[in-house]
Design a binder for this molecule. Structure first.
Ligand SMILES: [Zn+2]
Length: 76
């Protein structure tokens, strides 16, 4: 008989409000997925290096009841 103990509860009681957002890289126009901290501020701005073309973009993240919106701009 095989005993399998695969059931594991992750971070019980600690809401894992992390999700992902997507944006289109302003340099190479690839769709990029980034992790979003939904428990964080409703409005966040940070820079992210595109994993396709390695160019940094400034992301403006807005979180509301409709979901996550990301605007990406080229960094100058
Ligand atoms: Zn890119």
């Amino acid at each position: 008989m095989n005993r399998q103990r695969r059931k594991r509860r992750l971070l019980r009681g600690n809401s894992t409000d992390q999700s992902v957002g997507r944006y289109t890289c302003p340099t190479c126009h690839e769709r990029i997925t980034v992790p979003i901290d939904r428990g964080g501020a409703a409005h966040q701005q940070y820079s992210n290096d595109c994993h396709v073309c390695c160019r940094p973009a400034t992301l403006t993240v807005t979180i509301d009841e409709h979901g996550i919106q990301i605007t990406a701009e080229n960094e100058s």
